[in-house]
Design a protein around this ligand. Structure first.
Ligand SMILES: [Mg+2]
Length: 209
């Protein structure tokens, strides 16, 4: 559903985790195969290990949220109805593999296509941190103990700005070409781990969480 701020939430009342860590996942190129402006549910293909890492995080009682920029909506390429059909298909495929996300947060804004785009919209759109902060607020997550998995530098920057413990850059989607830019966000307060796949990311996080 759309909020008053113009972002989309899969539910307004996700399960609360009372100070537990969160695992934040980018959608395109991480949870599902990267398709330019994914708008047909027939094109939804889960990345290898997607259901597995969601099940793994849920088994540890972590909150699990997908955090996704969807500028195709601002650009007029993807309708909200098409976006919601894609989301339903992702949820269906995850459920078929015994996995479920607690929450999906989607930002439709783009500086060149959203009328009146300003600081509020920029805070929502990654690399802004606000989608992550909003998910954490609604699920009562401990941001400083949480991780994100992304395929772009903007994902990893958003994680850092939200105060997460660290992020994993996978090699799927745009990840291979973004890896070097992403590792630049690593410092003594924020870890960045490079992994080839979600399966490898899960092994790394099993030790890092
Ligand atoms: Mg992506």
């Amino acid at each position: 559903m759309l909020t008053d701020q113009g972002i989309w939430l899969s539910t307004e009342t996700p399960p609360r985790r009372e100070g537990r860590p969160g695992l934040f996942l980018d959608r395109d190129g991480v949870l599902v195969r990267e398709v330019n402006y994914l708008k047909n549910k027939e094109d939804v293909v889960l990345e290898a290990g997607a259901a597995g890492i969601v099940r793994w995080a849920r088994a540890r009682d972590f909150g699990v949220a997908a955090i996704t920029n969807q500028s195709g909506i601002a650009r007029g390429i993807v309708s909200w109805a098409a976006f919601e059909a894609v989301e339903a298909e992702i949820a269906r495929q995850l459920a078929a593999a015994g996995a479920a996300l607690d929450l999906v947060v989607a930002c439709p804004f783009h500086p060149d296509f959203t009328p009146g785009y300003g600081p509020a919209e920029a805070a929502w759109r990654k690399p802004g941190p606000r989608m992550i902060e909003e998910a954490a607020r609604r699920m009562d997550l401990d941001l400083a103990a949480s991780w994100l998995i992304g395929d772009k530098a903007s994902d990893i920057e958003a994680a850092k700005r939200a105060g997460l413990k660290g992020a994993v850059i996978v090699a799927t989607g745009y990840g291979a070409q973004e890896r070097e830019a992403t590792l630049a966000f690593r410092d003594n307060t924020f870890e960045v781990i490079a992994a080839d796949s979600l399966t490898e990311a899960q092994s790394a996080l099993d030790e890092a969480f």
